[in-house]
Design a protein around this ligand. Structure first.
Ligand code: BG6
Length: 293
């Protein structure tokens, strides 16, 4: 299908009614709905669905740079580029299940991209929806250059929540984190679970491969599973910062929380011919469900 700017989107539908929608703008998942048709990802009412702006919501891909520590634009250029559908991608390794419906997208650097980041790569993204409605994303980044390169990465996942004051994250307690609000200074998490009363912008280091986001308002828990992604970024802009973001409503911080599977602290290096895989799987379950790491 096409959006109102004429940009192609791919819609995936699972047998029991769940669906997902990915835009070729940014290779970005912009919708994920459960079997009852409820939207599970946040998208701002002020989002701009036209490059060169990244879409404010869904799951932007931050590559080849997360954040603004580096020479590139904030969060890299992959989220602002037009991707293509790849009909016959190279096979995934065994064990990387693909869900029941999926689409494969591909990004290669343009001449312009090579001027600001002079490295030839192929970025393959498979977006899949399982029969039970789980959303899975597999990113494969291959060095097709003659020299090595280094990148950081994040699935910048905007979860839709009932009210940020009703939400807590489990799985990050006792971890060290870099605080973007304090020049990336390193701290150790002291709370039993992470709750929200002000702006948060942190990179939790060496986080477990399963993290839960409990939403008491919706009585729903997001289970976030990751592989190949050592860090978890947590972001909520809160009241003051929200007002300074042009494509974000003043009160929308109450309805969203970004929890990203990421590789930030230790960037990934690929030698010529090497490929890296980073995988994210999201499910939304009734809150009575409980995880043990
Ligand atoms: C977060 C960063 O992950 O993304 C924040 O840590 C940033 O510092 C936020 O403000 C949103 O970034 P952007 O570029 O999409 O406005």
């Amino acid at each position: 299908v096409k959006d109102w700017n004429g940009i192609d989107q791919v819609v995936l539908r699972a047998p029991r009614g769940a669906s997902a929608r990915a835009s070729l703008h940014g290779g970005q998942v912009i919708s994920w709905r459960n079997g009852r048709g409820e939207e599970l990802l946040f998208t701002s009412s002020k989002a701009i669905f036209r490059p060169p702006k990244a879409i404010r919501g869904g799951i932007p891909l931050c590559f080849p740079q997360f954040g603004n520590c580096g020479s590139l634009e904030q969060h890299g250029f992959a989220r602002n580029r037009m991707w293509v559908v790849e009909d016959d991608p190279p096979r995934l390794r065994t064990g990387e299940s693909t869900g029941c419906v999926s689409v494969d997208l591909l990004l290669r650097p343009s001449e312009e991209d090579l001027k600001c980041w002079p490295h030839c790569f192929e970025f393959r993204l498979r977006v899949s929806l399982g029969a039970d409605g789980d959303l899975s994303m597999i990113s494969r980044i291959r060095n097709v250059d003659g020299k090595k390169f280094t990148f950081s990465f994040a699935y910048h996942t905007y979860l839709s929540v009932s009210d940020i004051s009703e939400v807590r994250i489990e799985g990050l307690e006792t971890l060290d984190y870099l605080d973007n609000l304090c020049n990336r200074e390193r701290f150790t998490e002291q709370e039993d679970a992470i709750t929200f009363e002000s702006e948060v912008d942190r990179v939790y280091l060496g986080s477990p491969d399963v993290v839960a986001v409990l939403d008491h308002g919706k009585k729903q828990t997001f289970i976030i599973k990751k592989e190949g992604l050592p860090d978890t970024v947590v972001w909520n802009p809160w009241e003051k910062k929200s007002k300074s973001i042009v494509d974000f409503g003043d009160d929308e911080y109450k309805q969203m929380l970004c929890v990203d599977g990421a590789a930030v602290e230790r960037p990934i290096t690929l030698r010529p011919g090497e490929e890296w895989t980073g995988r994210l799987e999201l499910s939304a379950v009734p809150s009575s469900f409980c995880i043990k790491n």
